[in-house]
Design a protein around this ligand. Structure first.
Ligand SMILES: C[S@@+](CC[C@H](N)C(=O)[O-])C[C@H]1O[C@@H](n2cnc3c(N)ncnc32)[C@H](O)[C@@H]1O
Length: 377
């Protein structure tokens, strides 16, 4: 998924750095996991990884890419009756095929007031030109057809997750599949802080649920986990590990304002959230981060380093971040063993999108990723 600060392209550099201090895989914690790209790469290498993030959408991706070792099975009741072929349970791929043409959420008796009240579904109503609220603000995040499909699939997941017997991981896996599918047909330039005023070619394509591939656990590695909450809480609950990888936000862009639609898909709308503003933001106070505030970032750094109990700590930051390189270096030196501090960096191409706005002018396209390392035990 397209995501601010996504480290997919920097994974080889990160792994190369990890190899310098620990050749054999151990236990790692990645509490700012985002798309879970680093967690997934570590798991692939044989690490046991505990991932976490404040965002519910990240949690779904962590479950899909890190926690699960294989696709779960699903109850056939997720499909309309005609598509069940008398089966009670079906595999993930068969489920996605069965959901492909769905654009009707199901029988109104199955739906909660919130789901039914919008008439044609929450996404259609607020985030396409089909709904009155969407039209009023000219919100064109999805084509009306894709909006209806997203509504139908997410509502079916909601109806199922009200059953006591549903599996939380299986539900999150399906939500992650939907988030990725919706992202491919979103009428944006990469982030959801704005939509494009005419429908882009990708947004006119029909939504397709492409199967995700969980990474099998390597022999001998412990079970990986996913977490939704603050980095400090996850670090405190995980306790001592071999590697703590820290990749906090580095500028003023609050993630919930840039990814409110994936967040909505993760949370569902059985209790409809209050929508505000031109882009249809949802309440997001709990996901707003001190790392994105000039005054909050130093305290956030202190808090996370106090909670991090890793033999090795690796801290990713950008050379244009709110915290200066010297501040980070001093904090890590204080946290680690004498003379163990090391610094590495790599150039990479800046992430740009139209949401950056015409008034945002960058001095350069290449920025540098800084990696601060310290050994603590
Ligand atoms: C730079 S991104 C991480 C990108 C990730 N490494 C990847 O490759 O996709 C920073 C992440 O930190 C999360 N975040 C911000 N403040 C947080 C906090 N206090 N605790 C946990 N996660 C936080 C954001 O939601 C965002 O997903």
């Amino acid at each position: 998924m397209r995501y601010l600060g996504n480290k997919t392209k920097l994974v080889p550099f990160l792994l190369e750095t990890v190899d310098r201090f620990q050749e054999t895989p151990g236990v790692a914690c990645d509490p700012f996991a985002g798309t879970a790209s680093v967690s997934a790469a570590l798991k692939e290498r044989g690490w046991q990884v505990h991932a976490g993030d404040l965002m519910a959408s990240s949690y779904a991706l962590q479950v899909a890419r890190v926690q699960l070792d294989a696709p779960p099975r699903y109850p056939a009741s997720l499909l309309p009756p005609a598509a069940r072929n008398g089966k009670r349970e079906i595999g993930y791929r068969a489920l996605l095929e069965g959901l492909a043409d769905l654009d009707d959420p199901g029988h109104p008796d199955d739906l909660s007031d919130g789901e039914a009240s919008a008439g044609h579904g929450f996404i259609s109503e607020h985030y396409t030109s089909y709904g009155a609220a969407g039209r009023e603000h000219g919100r064109m995040y999805f084509s009306p057809e894709n909006g209806r499909k997203i509504d139908a699939i997410r509502t079916r997941i909601d109806v199922w997750t009200r059953e006591a017997s549903h599996s939380e991981a299986a539900a999150q896996f399906l939500i992650a599949t939907l988030i990725e599918a919706a992202d491919r047909v979103a009428n944006t330039t990469g982030v959801y802080a704005s939509f494009v005023k005419t429908m882009q070619p990708n947004a006119l394509r029909p939504l397709q649920l492409r199967p995700l591939e969980p990474i099998p656990r390597k022999p001998g590695a412990g079970a990986c986990s996913a977490f939704r909450g603050s980095a400090a809480r996850l670090l405190a609950s995980v306790g001592p590990v071999d590697l703590v990888y820290l990749d906090p936000p580095y500028n003023g862009r609050q993630y919930p304002a840039y990814y409110h639609i994936p967040e909505l898909l993760a949370l569902g709308w059985s209790t409809p959230p209050e929508i505000r503003g031109k882009t249809g933001l949802i309440p997001d106070e709990a996901q707003r981060s001190d790392w994105c505030r000039k005054r909050g970032a130093p305290g956030a750094l202190r808090e996370v380093l106090e909670a991090a109990d890793g033999r090795h700590i690796l801290f990713s930051y950008n050379d244009e971040g709110l915290l200066g390189r010297d501040t980070i270096e001093a904090a890590l030196r204080e946290r680690g063993l004498p003379d163990s501090y090391a610094f590495h960096d790599r150039p990479y191409r800046r992430y740009r999108s139209d949401a950056d706005g015409p008034r945002r002018s960058y001095a350069r396209d290449d920025v540098r990723e800084h990696l601060h390392y310290v050994r603590c035990a």
